[in-house]
Structure formats: structure tokens, C-alpha cells
Design a protein around this ligand. Structure first.
Ligand SMILES: *Cc1c(COP(=O)(O)O)cnc(C)c1O
Length: 403
């Protein structure tokens, strides 16, 4: 830490004094501004942002088209509430429907809120049919958010136990195990909710055969399939939605993180059939779908399409994976490289992920450490080969103990 930087030490001290300590000891970077894949601290140091705000900054920082869309919209109207119509909301909903399996969209403000919406929609769907089926099967080691229903949906007790009693109705099964789903399902099961890559718990992708089998089981047993694409959506896997790569049609999909490139947003996408779970008055949001967030979402999608960023993700994803696997062979410090596109988990053989994260930070690279031994990267979709090579070379130095 550069103790000469007054802002840095002052902000860290103030944070300790005034902010709830939920994030523990944070990485000592006070973000000042960003440009492209780089984030700059108040101390003037440059960092290559390989985590992109946890898969949020899909266009990198200060993308001119996104900045223009947000500032133009802010000059017109930031918020008007859902008593009224607003054009960006309608047009973003239309765009998402045209791009996906969905017929209808609802906007929220975060991933957890989108998942809350999806859970309510599934329960509302069966209630309205006159055959309530409140049970929802989710996966162990999943992550669906931090609200009361989404910590109950999350198949990791550490997130929910201290905050009980938990919202009832969730059943947890091992991931990638279709028989466990068949065993867990009963007449009360209204939905199955899954991530296609378990991001938070270590970047574990679902097997293609598993996802197909889950879809088939859902169809045969009239169970709604909810796919949580809060992290996998908006391009990081090489397709706009990860489900496209599995050749299935979900009933409900949730989006958030990257959708508006950093402006808070969440979305529930559903087929016409599933969307019947909500009637007027059933759900809502003060901020959800506000003109600012939706103008940002339109700009993000426009940039992804016009700059052919998905092609870049597919190419660079394969390139990065190959480089990392080579690095693993060479250093014997990487046991597995997992993920799709530019959402990658690097499992370390013996090094602590927290140590590697801090050493990379000191070299000017931002990554996330998950669990004891996994480094996660989810860089902006605009990243190039030269930048990836710089990261790989820094990682090599760290793994080989070079200063
Ligand atoms: C991040 C995440 C969430 C929660 O999103 P928030 O915006 O933090 O509420 C939910 N599901 C998945 C898969 C996530 O990665």
C-alpha cells in the first residue's frame, strides 16, 4: 500500500469506522476512474481489471457509447416510476424477447431481486392453475443471492443458517446428477432452478447431458425450469445467454450483472406460459426498469452486437484456456482450468487463492479468489490478446515466486 496516498489510507480508515464489515478486509484499492480494461486507484496506480466488477463491466470502464447513453438519458429523465411508461424500458424488454426464448420480461435492480421475481413467478404460476406446487429444487453449491428467499434457494448453508428461520420450500440436490433430481421431485415440485456454470462456488459448468436430461424431466413432469444467468448471461460464455450452448429452452431466465454494464439492473425473462404466474398487482418495483438502467442496457447490447464482442469472447476464451493449461503443465501449480468463454476458474494445486490474488494485485491485476484454491476471472468482453498475455505472464511470475 502506498501510505503517501492520503485518500487511500483515509478512505480505508473511514470505511472501517462507518461501513458494515460485511466485505471483511478489502483489497487496498480506492477506485478513482477506469478506461477500457483498466481501473485506476486514487494513488494513480493502474490495474488490469480481470474480474470486471464480477462479470459486470462487460464493456470495460468508461465505454464512450455507454457513457453517452447514460448521460443523455440522465439529462432527459432518470426515473419516473412504473405508474407511467418509459421508452427505454419497453425497448429493452422488446430487445431481450427478440434475442431469446422469452415472450415477456420484468425488470428489477439486482440478481437477487431478479431471482426473487423468478421464484414468485413460478409459485404464482401453479397457484393460479389451482394446483399450488411451492417446492423448488436447487443445486448444492449454488448461489442465487443474498435476500431471504434467495439465501434459502442457495444450496450453501453458510449463507442462510445465521438468518433463519429460512423461507421454506427449497430442496437441494448434488449438481450434475439427474438421478438426484428425479429422487427429490414430487407432486409439490413446481420448479427446478439452476445455474449453468456455478460461478460463486468455483466456476463449475453443468454437463451438457445433465442439462438436457433436466429439461426432459421438467417437460415430462410439468415442472418449470428456471435458469439463473445472472453471472453467465450477457456474453461472458461466448453466447449472449449460456443456455443457447446447451440447446434447451428454459421457462424462466434471470439476468443482472452485465446487463447494464454497471448500472444496477435485474431482469426476469419468461415464456408466455410461465409469465401467466403474474397478474396485475402481483409484483412490482419502484426502481425496476427505470429509464437510466434500461438506456444503459440498450447501449450494452448494441455494443455487444455492433462490435461483435461474442466472437471476441469465444476466440479469446479458447486462447486464454489454452494458455492457462500450458502454464499449468509448465509450473505444476494449476490443477484445473474450468469455465466457458471468458468466465474462467483456475484451480490451484497448492497455493492459497487469497495469496495469489494479493500478489497479482501488487503486480497490477485484479482477480477474485473463491474458496481456498480457485482464482476466478471474468474480464470485460473487449479484452485483447496482448492484455491476456500480460496477465498470463504475471500469473506465471506469481506462481513461480518471482518478484
Ligand atoms: C451474483 C449472483 C447473484 C446475485 O446477484 P446480486 O446482484 O448480487 O444480487 C445471483 N445469482 C448468481 C448466479 C450470481 O452470480
Amino acid at each position: 500500500m502506498n501510505t503517501k496516498d492520503k485518500t487511500l489510507t483515509q478512505i480505508i480508515n473511514y470505511d472501517e469506522e462507518y461501513y458494515m464489515p460485511v466485505f471483511g478486509k478489502r483489497v487496498p484499492l480506492v477506485a478513482d476512474h477506469g478506461k477500457g480494461v483498466y481501473l485506476y486507484g486514487t494513488d494513480g496506480k493502474q490495474y488490469m481489471d480481470m474480474i470486471g466488477g464480477i462479470a459486470v463491466n462487460v464493456l470495460g470502464h468508461s465505454n464512450p457509447a455507454l457513457v453517452k447513453a447514460v448521460s443523455d438519458q440522465a439529462k432527459k429523465v432518470i426515473h419516473c416510476c412504473n405508474y407511467y411508461y418509459n421508452e427505454p424500458q419497453t425497448m429493452l424488454a422488446k430487445k431481450l424477447v427478440e434475442m431469446s426464448f422469452a415472450d415477456k420480461v420484468f425488470f428489477a435492480n439486482s440478481g437477487a431481486e431478479a431471482n426473487e421475481g423468478a421464484i414468485k413467478l413460478a409459485r404464482g404460476y401453479w397457484y393460479k392453475k389451482g394446483t399450488p406446487k411451492p417446492k423448488i429444487i436447487t443445486a448444492k453449491m449454488s448461489f442465487h443471492g443474498r435476500t431471504m428467499a434467495t439465501i434459502a434457494a442457495t444450496g450453501q448453508e453458510k449463507f442462510s443458517i445465521p438468518f433463519g428461520p429460512n423461507v421454506p420450500g427449497f430442496v437441494y440436490v448434488p449438481y450434475n446428477d439427474i438421478d438426484a433430481i428425479k429422487k427429490a421431485a414430487d407432486k409439490e415440485t413446481g420448479a427446478i432452478m439452476l445455474e449453468l456454470i456455478q460461478g460463486e462456488s468455483g466456476v463449475h459448468p453443468a454437463d451438457a447431458a445433465y442439462v438436457k436430461a433436466v429439461k426432459k424431466f421438467c417437460t415430462e413432469n410439468k415442472i418449470l425450469l428456471i435458469i439463473d444467468e445472472v453471472q453467465t448471461g450477457v456474453g461472458h460464455t461466448g453466447t449472449f445467454f449460456a443456455y443457447e450452448q446447451y440447446g434447451i429452452k428454459p421457462d424462466i431466465v434471470t439476468l443482472a450483472k452485465g446487463l447494464s454494464g454497471g448500472v444496477p439492473v435485474g431482469a426476469v425473462l419468461a415464456t408466455k406460459k410461465a409469465a401467466a404466474g403474474f397478474a396485475p398487482g402481483d409484483h412490482g418495483s419502484t426502481f425496476g426498469g427505470n429509464p437510466l438502467a434500461c438506456a444503459a442496457g440498450l447501449a450494452v447490447i448494441d455494443q455487444i452486437e455492433s462490435k461483435e464482442l461474442l466472437k471476441n469472447v469465444t476466440e479469446l476464451g479458447a486462447f486464454t484456456k489454452e494458455k492457462l493449461e500450458k502454464l499449468g503443465k509448465k509450473t505444476k501449480k494449476i490443477s484445473e482450468v474450468r469455465g466457458k468463454g471468458l468466465l474462467i476458474g483456475i484451480e490451484l494445486t497448492s497455493d492459497s487463492s487469497a495469496d495469489v490474488k494479493m500478489k497479482l494485485f501488487e503486480k497490477g491485476f485484479l482477480v477474485s479468489a473463491i474458496g481456498a484454491n480457485v482464482i476466478r476471472i471474468a474480464p470485460p468482453l473487449i479484452i485483447n490478446k496482448t492484455q491476456i498475455n500480460k496477465f498470463i505472464s504475471a500469473l506465471q511470475d506469481v506462481l513461480q515466486g518471482k518478484e
